[in-house]
Design a protein around this ligand. Structure first.
Ligand code: NI
Length: 184
């Protein structure tokens, strides 16, 4: 089932999400719905708060970005539950990001190159992994969501001023995109 995606200005996007426990109802169904919603919106990542839930879950599938240089993205379909980033290292790089909750806005965001993260997968099996480069960037973007942080929080004051009216319009419920949304 395709879920509505919550848009900038909705308070759920600013809440710190809560851990999921093993008694969580319909977890498999939620995961299926999150992937379906993300694919329908042409995204590569989607977090719980973006579908109105204050649960620490996000899904990522980098397959649409797989190419000759990065064939491994074809297999990069992952669920992160109760994730905790325990280390961020390496150089800070800047790269243009967007977000399904902030349609039509793309800004360069500085992030560390490498992360170490603990999380549970879709079967609630624990993992402790290190990611680097673009996958680490996408994970940090989604991880921000479960802590109530949005990518526009990381951009320069000048850029922020330039997109302010766009964000204000969005938070007043005026938004146009090709997928189903819920506004504040
Ligand atoms: Ni996002």
């Amino acid at each position: 089932m395709i879920l509505p995606i919550y848009i900038y200005g909705h308070p759920i996007l600013r809440k710190e999400a809560k851990d999921i426990d093993s008694s969580y109802l319909n977890l498999k169904e939620l995961i299926d719905n999150m992937f379906e919603t993300m694919y329908n919106a042409d995204g590569v990542g989607l977090a719980g708060p973006q579908v109105g839930l204050d649960d620490r879950i996000f899904v990522i599938d980098l397959a649409p970005l797989a190419d000759e240089e990065n064939p491994e993205y074809r297999e990069f379909k992952k669920v992160f539950i109760n994730a905790r980033i325990i280390n961020r290292t390496g150089e800070i790089t800047n790269f243009e990001e967007g977000c399904l909750s902030i349609p039509g806005v793309n800004e360069s965001v500085p992030r560390k190159d490498t992360i170490e993260i603990e999380y549970l997968d879709e079967n609630l099996e624990p993992h402790h992994d290190t990611f680097t480069g673009f996958p680490a960037r996408v994970i940090q973007h989604e991880y921000d969501h479960i802590n109530g942080i949005l990518f526009v929080d990381h951009i320069s004051a000048i850029r922020k001023r330039l997109i302010k009216s766009k964000l204000t319009t969005m938070s007043k419920g005026k938004v146009s995109c090709h997928y189903k949304v819920r506004t504040a």
